[in-house]
Design a protein around this ligand. Structure first.
Ligand code: ATP
Length: 354
């Protein structure tokens, strides 16, 4: 169930800064949730994360989306423990992550991490053993995942000899080969051909169905919309909207599409509560209405011009919603300027800004 936007709601019905969250009702799924709680992180003067908070439930496929530089990779690196947060924590099953739990995370880094000169099979076996599998189990898992991902004939090749798409399949195999309890994937779909996208999607769905919390970042919003149980939209280091795609779309500003073939140009321009008008490729009028507008008044005006063949509200796509949320996110207050003296600046860097 989605918690309704409350007062303070932005134009699209999407809460800004304070997160609009929703709960999915459903049956018990084995496994445990990954909780990201109020992470903050700076790189020198750059604030990468501000109170980043969300959870990825057991058995859930969670799409982590945001503009370039919004803080997705930083969040994922902190989950993995390759980067330390300045504040906040990450929990699995309610408990702060330990080294042992981190070993059970399958990770696909954005910069990819396989050794280019090592053979694919050797590398997968090595990584599986690093994560605790015996040599025999590592070999079996390597063969199984290579076959599942369509690279079984490339196990004897060096990684650098593979095409980029096949390197990515090998990278996914590396994330999966130790049967992880959590999957964290940074842009796993970038650069894949449609068949590889299907394979990747199927595998992620399967892992989620087995109870694994799966979080992945992507700029391919149509894919995220199709695939994910829930989506989180990040802006300037914070989560600004979160929920099942349908519920987020239902909260976004809708467009009214009117097909009135005999209507003269500009017929709706002066109607009260019409914010903007346009035409789609099929010549239909598209109207954006103010919140609480009376669409029946628009219908009467359309009928006054002649026949009305279509009159429908169209919900925004995830891509439109994303633009709306990110564009209308108020800028965070400007940080105070650095102190004027060198000593002051040195203390400021060491201790952090006020
Ligand atoms: N090592 C670093 N040193 C300094 N600044 C960094 C470093 N890594 C990231 N940043 C900055 O932190 C912010 C968040 O970056 P991050 O890579 O987490 O974003 P992202 O959402 O993953 O972006 P993209 O979609 O482009 O991959 C950006 O302003 C980025 O420039």
């Amino acid at each position: 169930m989605c918690s309704r936007p409350s007062p303070g709601t932005g134009r699209a019905g999407i809460r800004t800064r304070r997160v609009w969250s929703s709960d999915t009702e459903g049956g018990e799924v084995p496994g445990a949730a990954l909780t990201i709680n109020e992470l903050s992180k700076r790189y020198g003067d750059i604030v990468a994360l501000r109170d980043m908070t969300f959870d990825v439930r057991a058995g859930e496929l969670f799409g982590f989306v945001g503009s370039n530089g919004a803080g997705k990779t930083t969040t994922m690196r902190i989950v993995l423990g390759v980067l330390a947060a300045d504040a906040g924590e990450v929990r699995y099953d309610g408990v702060p992550l330990t080294f042992d739990v981190r070993r059970r995370i399958g990770y696909m880094p954005e910069e990819r991490g396989l050794y280019p000169k090592m053979r694919v099979g050797e590398q997968l076996e090595y990584l599986a053993q690093l994560h605790g599998l015996s040599a025999a189990a590592a070999r079996t898992a390597t063969r199984q995942w290579a076959a599942r991902l369509g690279i079984e004939t490339r196990l004897g090749d060096e990684v650098q000899a593979l095409s980029l798409g096949n390197q990515q399949r090998a990278q996914l195999a590396a994330a999966l080969v130790h049967d992880p309890a959590v999957l964290v994937l940074d842009e796993p779909f970038s650069g894949l051909d449609p068949l590889a996208v299907d394979v990747m999607s199927d595998v992620l769905r399967e892992r989620a169905a087995a109870g694994v919390p799966v979080v992945f970042s992507s700029h391919q919003l149509d894919l995220v919309e199709r695939l994910c149980d829930r989506v989180g939209i990040v802006s300037a280091g914070s989560m600004v909207a979160i929920g099942p795609v349908d519920e987020l779309r239902a909260g976004g500003a809708s467009t009214l599409v009117v097909d009135a073939p005999d209507a003269p140009a500009g017929w709706a321009d002066t109607l009260p509560s019409v914010l903007s008008t346009g035409r789609d490729v099929r010549g239909r009028t598209e109207l954006r209405l103010a919140a609480g507008a009376d669409d029946q008044q628009v219908l009467r005006a359309a009928l006054a011009t002649g026949p009305v063949r279509e009159f429908a509200h169209r919900r925004p796509s995830l891509a439109q919603l994303f633009r709306e949320v990110v564009t209308h996110e108020p800028p965070t207050p400007a940080d105070p300027p650095p102190p004027a003296t060198r000593r002051g600046r040195a203390r400021w860097k060491k201790e952090g800004r006020p």
